[in-house]
Design a protein. Structure first.
Length: 257
């Protein structure tokens, strides 16, 4: 899979803007003055070892945690003062797929669509269309817990972008799945970016970092590197992104995030 395949980046149209963002817990600085922008339609990799601060940073960007200082905008909304608007204009998917196992497939779709503020008439029509697109007509009444892992993953991502958000946050979405399923998932990501959805993704798989347009690498709360995979490999004289990551991660002193 080639880097940046099928992506349509809109230059000078920033979907995420971060300026000197800081998050402290008492005397501990979890996120230490980070700054970056993400363009519309971009696949932005947000990497860091355990303890780097990436989870804390993502929570602030999703409107779930207020920054100690600094500024941030997501989809045009201030993450500190307009957190509810931020939540309505983003999608989110975690390693646990963010689905309810004891609800049926169609019930999960409608539940999350309602949470994202979609109207009932729109939800009903789009639910049927999504089931057709996913070839899930036969699975519509199955409980999610009975689905194969790959099906859960596909459904969770589709639910996260069901309301066509400006940006979707993917928090280690491919953890625990086999390489073939991971490749299929990245095809879904490329399809989403082709529609103009921006993808902000964390991952521990460095081969996936190669698929991103740009990658940032956090070490102990700070962004130590930010560029395209190609440029980072050249800068650090590395054969692949795993070598780049290992060079930077060795500087880390923290052990947990």
């Amino acid at each position: 899979m080639e880097n940046m395949q099928n992506t349509t980046i809109v230059q000078d149209q920033k979907v995420i803007e971060v300026d000197n963002l800081v998050k402290r817990f008492g005397h501990f600085t979890a996120v230490d003055h980070i700054s970056f922008d993400v363009q519309k339609g971009e696949i932005f990799g947000f990497l860091g070892a355990n303890g780097a601060g990436k989870t804390t940073a993502m929570r602030m960007l999703c409107g779930l945690s207020k920054p100690t200082s600094g500024k941030g905008k997501v989809a045009g909304f201030d993450i500190e003062h307009q957190s509810e608007q931020v939540k309505k204009n983003i999608g989110y998917m975690s390693q646990k797929f963010s689905l309810y196992n004891d609800l049926k497939v169609w019930e999960n779709i409608r539940l999350f669509a309602g949470i994202y503020g979609m109207k009932d008439d729109e939800i009903k029509g789009k639910t049927e269309l999504l089931l057709q697109q996913l070839h899930f007509e036969k699975e519509r009444n199955l409980l999610v817990k009975s689905l194969p892992l790959g099906f859960k993953q596909k459904l969770a991502f589709s639910v996260a972008i069901f309301h066509t958000p400006e940006v979707v946050f993917l928090d280690e979405p491919t953890g625990g799945v086999d390489p073939a399923t991971r490749r299929q998932f990245w095809e879904l990501i490329y399809e989403a970016t082709a529609k103009g959805i921006t993808v902000f993704v964390t991952t521990h798989y460095m081969d996936e970092a190669e698929y991103c347009n740009r990658v940032s690498i956090m070490v102990d709360g700070r962004i130590e590197a930010l560029d395209s995979p190609r440029n980072l490999k050249a800068q650090y004289n590395a054969q692949n992104m795993d070598e780049v990551f290992q060079q930077l991660a060795r500087k880390a002193t923290r052990k947990s995030d």
